[in-house]
Write a protein that binds this ligand. Structure first.
Ligand SMILES: [Zn+2]
Length: 105
């Protein structure tokens, strides 16, 4: 499991984000949602911080997206192309922060 291998950032979903999620849901489903009750709930999302080995750009990614991609591939850790310095592995790529730190030692 990816969450046991790398340090996960658990970030509280803001009221504004919850409102967007609720409105998105309401637009697509005809099931009534108790918006006030939903906004009072504490919701968290998990993120993995990835850092580029070439340009040091870092970005937080939704853990579920990363974990699906990771489990489909053969890499020993998640690897993503870097949006900042290039889209190819040759020019730059993002790895989990811990991997980045061990590479830069
Ligand atoms: Zn980069």
């Amino acid at each position: 499991m990816i969450e046991n291998q790398f340090k996960i950032k658990r970030i509280k979903v803001t009221d504004e984000e919850k409102r967007e999620i609720a409105l998105y849901y309401l637009e697509r489903h005809s099931i009534p949602v108790d918006l006030d009750a939903y906004l009072k709930m504490e919701i968290f999302e998990d993120f993995l911080e990835m850092k580029c080995v070439k340009c040091d750009y870092s970005q937080d990614f939704d853990l579920y997206v990363i974990s699906d991609l990771y489990e489909l591939g053969d890499d020993p850790y998640p690897v993503l192309s870097c949006d900042k310095c290039g889209h190819k592995r040759k020019s730059g790529y993002l790895v989990p922060l811990e991997i980045y730190n061990s590479m830069k030692k």
